[in-house]
Design a protein around this ligand. Structure first.
Ligand code: GLU
Length: 447
């Protein structure tokens, strides 16, 4: 039983080698806290230093992104791509444009992505990238110039068989379009499979846009099914109002639940009649406005500025905004409000203290690397369609997504049971994802 001590020393080395990268340390800690039983069962993993190798990215790229705003002023941002692990396939993972982006954020996201992508069962490795560029308030032309400059460096590192970026916070269809256009221009290659999340007019796939939100709700639906329950009549809160939140809300409503609140960084809106998704799409995807606009357009809805959406009582919570958005205080409020299921639509939205509070209170908790894997799984389906120059219908693609989410749920559930932690989706997801990557690394020798 040397494993816990060994894991402590591995964690100490990760902290020492990656100083100041708080979110990366948090993501590593969560995995290390789960995998001891798998290491006990497989001493060959420890012998081959699989964990140590998993904690060190294969390659980290940091670059300058100069661009000019509409007034002719020059700006300099920093671009990142962390190619974390390619044991299972080409690096795969999104790009995030947000002022909070620095190496520690990109590494936490990349590390999570390795396990998430493994859980999908598809041939994709893990990576992540982005920039501290803030798209908020920028014109389309400014965003285009930024994307073109970003790709002017990134293009040399990516490719259909090497590294396939997609969107994440701040990077949606508009940005992927500009990035793809610039990649094609520089390389003179119409390489559809180099980026996913493309528009339907130039090689994108049905259901990719909806996939992360839909997938999280499919996962929640599976959780409810295991306790003989369903979404029917459930009061749900979804935080955020971006791509993940919008399509999570849409799917909850299709399954008979009612989403009564959602949010953005300015505050939250409550609408007891159920959030009007078409209005929300118009505000966020077309007008790119703030969430108070929603309350202004719906007489019975109200806007609460500057407060946490988790004070709204609900039975199911789908945090879909950003990392560490649920503090211990928020978790206590959710538990008091009657919440029994928490499903992470975003990456690591629940702080470690909040996860502990949920576990102690018997709240069923699904970590993002399992519950929000639908987005990247649909990206892998897009790669598959691009490779065969095919395109599938919406219905068929959605059915594939639903099967993938149900398989991920089943594996997490079974793995948690196998390792003596029934109902613990964190243990199930971490061990199942870890085993898949570990086996592939072992088979490929010292890489
Ligand atoms: N950014 C998404 C995620 O966190 C999707 C990545 C992708 O499709 O490559 O999984």
């Amino acid at each position: 039983m040397q494993t816990p001590t060994k894991l402590e020393s591995i964690f100490g080395a990760v902290v020492a080698r990656n100083p100041g990268e708080r979110e990366f340390h948090q993501a590593v800690r969560e995995v290390l806290d789960s995998v001891a039983p798998a290491l006990d069962k497989h001493p060959e993993y420890a012998e081959a230093k699989i964990i140590e190798r998993l904690c060190e990215p294969e390659r980290q790229i940091i670059f300058r992104v100069p661009w000019e705003d509409d007034r002719g002023e020059v700006h300099i941002n920093r671009g990142f791509r962390v190619e974390f692990n390619s044991a299972l396939g080409p690096y795969k993972g999104g790009l995030r444009f947000h002022p909070s982006v620095y190496l520690g954020i990109v590494k936490f996201l990349g590390f999570e992505q390795v396990f998430k992508n493994a859980l999908t069962g598809m041939p994709i490795g893990g990576g992540k990238g982005g920039s501290d560029f803030d798209p908020k308030g920028r014109s389309d032309r400014e965003v285009m110039r930024f994307c073109q400059s970003f790709m002017t460096e990134l293009y040399r590192h990516i490719g259909e068989y090497t590294d396939v970026p997609a969107g994440d916070a701040g990077v949606g269809g508009r940005e992927i379009g500009y990035l793809f256009g610039q990649y094609k221009r520089i390389t003179n290659r119409y390489e559809s499979g180099v980026l996913t999340g493309k528009g339907l007019s130039y090689g994108g796939a049905q259901v990719r846009r909806e996939a992360t939100g839909y997938g999280a709700v499919f996962f929640a639906d599976e959780m409810l099914r295991t306790i003989g329950d369903s979404f029917d009549g459930k009061r749900v809160v979804v935080s955020g109002s971006g791509n993940v939140a919008i399509y999570a809300i849409e799917k909850v409503h299709q399954l008979g639940g009612v989403v009564v609140a959602c949010s953005d960084s300015s505050g939250y809106v409550v609408d007891d009649k159920g959030i009007d998704v078409d209005l929300l799409k118009d505000i966020k995807e077309v007008r790119r406005a703030r969430i108070d606009t929603y309350a202004a357009a719906r007489p019975h809805a109200s806007f609460v500025p500057g407060r946490s959406v988790w004070e709204v009582p609900c039975q199911v919570a789908v945090p879909s905004a950003t990392q560490n958005e649920i503090s211990e205080v928020d978790a206590d409020a959710l538990i008091k409000g009657g919440c029994t299921i928490v499903v992470e639509g975003a990456n690591m939205p629940t702080s470690p203290e909040a996860i502990r509070a949920f576990t102690a209170a018997g709240v069923r908790f699904a970590p993002g690397k399992a519950a929000n894997a639908g987005g990247v799984a649909a990206s892998a389906l897009e790669m598959q369609q691009n490779a065969s120059r095919d395109s599938w219908t919406f219905e068929y693609s959605e059915q594939r997504l639903q099967t993938i989410m149900s398989d991920i749920h089943a594996r997490c559930y079974a793995t948690a049971e196998e390792y003596g932690a029934p109902g613990n989706y964190v243990t199930g997801a971490n061990i199942d994802g870890f085993r898949r990557v570990a086996e592939a690394i072992l088979a490929q020798g010292l890489i």
